[in-house]
Design a protein around this ligand. Structure first.
Ligand code: PAF
Length: 282
């Protein structure tokens, strides 16, 4: 496995893979890798086969953080990540510097203007502009045939899929299912920042989503009733501060009035300073 930091060296590596007609499967990450990322790496390998190349980028993208302290405290674990990628059979880690990705006079941005507005877009202004910009840059650099994103970040997956379609980017997107810890907590690099008490409280998120889905399965269809029920499950959970809980159409991400199968029930909540997201499809 190779670790490349400078962009010119990455370009040479990509040209060689292309000359050898090896398909590239790409997993973009911000590091602090966990089982969820490892499942994305597995999917990438499956997609490109043994002859193909699996590339993981590790880059804590400053432009998608709307709070300086969140960027500062985002976990960084490069040596552990290298070991995990090596074990998982990754061919290349691309870990560029922020200076190389964003020169001082950087002034070009990519903005998706519909799907990025509700949910996390409403509480984190500018977040998806940062995501779209860095993902397009990474696609241009790595030139993958296939890119794997996680369903945990359902809105991110939808926004990037829209960008790929709208800008005719020749990348096939695969959205991989959420990987959960034993108690149901969705795997996230941010989980490492939870205190034991916060971790305990955070289990309420998935519990509330599952109970609400069960209520839908038993016949409840009124979206307001379902959302109220879900919020009730989260009331009184120690240390939990709800950011949003919404029931939206999975394609438009707009709120629904009457719930139907496949709708997305999405939640974001703070536990202390850590903001977690989770979702289920009804
Ligand atoms: O999901 C993430 O880790 C990031 O948003 C991504 C896609 C790597 C872009 O920085």
């Amino acid at each position: 496995m190779k670790l490349i930091q400078p962009i010119p060296q990455l370009r040479r590596w990509v040209l060689k893979a292309q000359a050898e007609r090896r398909p590239i499967g790409f997993v973009p990450t911000m590091g602090a890798l966990h089982e969820g990322h490892l499942s994305l790496i597995k999917q990438a390998r499956k997609a490109v086969g043994l002859r193909g190349r699996v590339v993981v980028s590790i880059f804590v993208n400053p432009t998608q953080f709307n709070q300086k302290s969140d960027l500062k405290h985002y976990p960084r674990r490069l040596s552990a990540d290298i070991a995990k990628c090596h074990k998982a059979g990754v061919d290349l880690i691309f870990a560029p510097s922020a200076k190389a990705m964003y020169p001082e006079d950087f002034s070009t941005w990519v903005e998706e203007t519909k799907l990025s507005k509700p949910l996390c877009g409403a509480s984190r202004p500018g977040h998806f502009r940062g995501v779209c910009t860095v993902v397009l840059k990474l696609f241009n650099l790595v030139q993958p045939q296939v890119a794997i994103f996680g369903q945990k970040d359902a809105q991110q997956a939808a926004v990037v899929q829209r960008m790929v379609r709208d800008l005719n980017i020749p990348v096939r997107m695969i959205i991989a299912p959420i990987v959960r810890e034993a108690g149901g907590l969705a795997m996230s690099s941010r989980n490492q920042r939870l205190s034991p008490k916060e971790r305990e409280s955070s289990l309420s998120l998935n519990r509330a989503l599952k109970l609400t889905r069960a209520s839908f399965q038993k016949g409840k269809r009124n979206a307001n009733v379902l959302k109220k029920f879900a919020r009730q499950q989260l009331r009184g959970i120690p240390g939990l501060r709800l950011d949003y809980l919404e029931l939206v159409d999975r394609h438009t991400l707009q709120p629904v009035v009457k719930a139907s199968a496949g709708d997305l029930l999405a939640v974001a909540a703070f536990f202390g300073k850590t903001r977690l997201i989770d979702n289920v499809h009804l």
